[in-house]
Write a protein that binds this ligand. Structure first.
Ligand SMILES: [Zn+2]
Length: 257
């Protein structure tokens, strides 16, 4: 299987003991590409450094809704600078998270950052990697307000109906190891309904290890389990699902040919 992990956080301290060992072992497991999105300025810089080191790893720069404390919209100048790096393939990880961000003021502030970063993705013609937790309506509304933006709903938790709205706008949906869990019915419905050429796979490492590895530290070596789940739902072989999602990622991130 040739695999592309469209979302993994290799700067995370969970990889401090053996980051190089883990990353160096991935090509032999069929992992041909990885995108490492930052969540703040520091982790975006760390992701950039990893992208400079590993030829099969690219990065994204952005401010995650859970990481806005102490930031200002002026920090987006720094994101913009990083986005000019040749290995930067997206603005991310950006979005809304109403599970962790609770007060109306903080939520409004996170919408301002998401709005501004969607504008940045339009301005730079880079795709957006979008995190949406318990904020589907506002996230989709802001996406619709940026018709020139293109992007992906990572770890997609939209309903089939909501997913249709963003798919109709040309957006992609991406799935993590949680599609292998017992309660994944909703995501499986979206996989069934989405065109195969708009689906990507990811690990969100170090989180979300798929079954039967649930609870362990996750790395891109497990992303084949997500491909196998897509294959089951779509009636394909694992290889076919892996190849289709790999081609989708190459196209989405502008890495073809
Ligand atoms: Zn993530």
């Amino acid at each position: 299987m040739r695999l592309f992990d469209s979302h993994a956080h290799y700067y995370d301290k969970a990889f401090d003991p053996d980051r190089d060992e883990v990353l160096s072992a991935l090509p032999a497991k069929g992992v041909e590409g990885i995108v490492c999105p930052g969540c703040d300025l520091e982790s975006s810089r760390q992701s950039m450094a990893l992208a400079e080191k590993y030829p099969f790893l690219w990065f994204a720069a952005g401010l995650h809704p859970e990481n806005l404390e102490g930031t200002s919209l002026d920090d987006l100048e720094e994101v913009k600078k990083m986005a000019a790096h040749p290995e930067c393939v997206a603005i991310g990880e950006i979005g809304l998270d109403y599970y962790w961000v609770k007060t109306p003021e903080d939520r409004a502030r996170s919408r301002d950052f998401f709005d501004a970063q969607l504008s940045l993705s339009e301005e730079l013609d880079l795709p957006a990697i979008v995190h949406d937790r318990d904020a589907h309506r506002d996230t989709v509304d802001l996406v619709r307000a940026h018709p020139k933006a293109r992007g992906v709903f990572h770890c997609c938790a939209l309903s089939a109906e909501e997913a249709k709205v963003v798919l109709d706008l040309g957006w992609y949906v991406s799935f993590t190891g949680n599609v292998t869990f017992q309660k994944a019915r909703r995501a499986l419905e979206v996989i069934a309904a989405a065109p195969l050429d708009r689906i990507m796979i990811e690990t969100d490492a170090p989180y979300m290890a798929p079954e039967p590895f649930r609870g362990r530290r996750c790395d891109s070596g497990y992303v084949y389990r997500v491909a196998e789940t897509i294959a089951q739902v779509k009636g394909l072989s694992g290889e076919e699902a892996a190849e289709a999602t790999l081609q989708n990622a190459l196209r989405f991130f502008g890495l073809e040919g």
